[in-house]
Design a protein around this ligand. Structure first.
Ligand code: HEC
Length: 95
């Protein structure tokens, strides 16, 4: 049995394992994409609320009407509760 090559192979394997872990971590980070959690109300509104129809100007509805519209539109837009609140706060501040 020649033991010397084994000693040379092991560090190489260790380096490859570390690189593989790094690669998986980086890829997982990219796959998750930019998180919507940190986006602002106006940004979420612009990106989500004009996908299916023209944007309804904030002034087109009053606060109660926006609450109602957002109840329906949040599921359509796939927004979380906190994202919906941000969009609602923006719309109700601008109407
Ligand atoms: C997946 C598609 C889709 C997305 C995303 C979407 N909507 Fe809608 N929205 C509709 C449809 C369909 C209707 C009903 C038909 C219409 O009025 O165009 C509608 C209607 C509306 C109405 C009119 C409601 C009424 O009572 O007249 C408002 C206001 C509205 N959307 C706001 C929003 C806002 C704000 C967002 C973002 C949070 C949003 N929508 C995202 C599909 C969508």
């Amino acid at each position: 049995m020649n033991r010397k090559p084994m000693k040379q192979v092991l560090p190489t394997v260790a380096v490859l394992v570390v690189l593989a872990i790094l690669a998986v971590t980086l890829l997982a980070g990219c796959a998750a994409g930019p998180s919507q959690v940190s986006k602002s109300g106006p940004q979420l509104w612009g990106e989500n609320c004009a996908r299916c129809h023209n944007v309804r100007p904030p002034a087109s509805l009053n606060d109660a009407e926006w609450d109602l519209a957002l109840m329906h539109m949040r599921t359509r837009a796939g927004l979380t509760t906190s994202e919906t609140e941000k969009v609602g706060t923006f719309l109700k501040a601008a109407n």
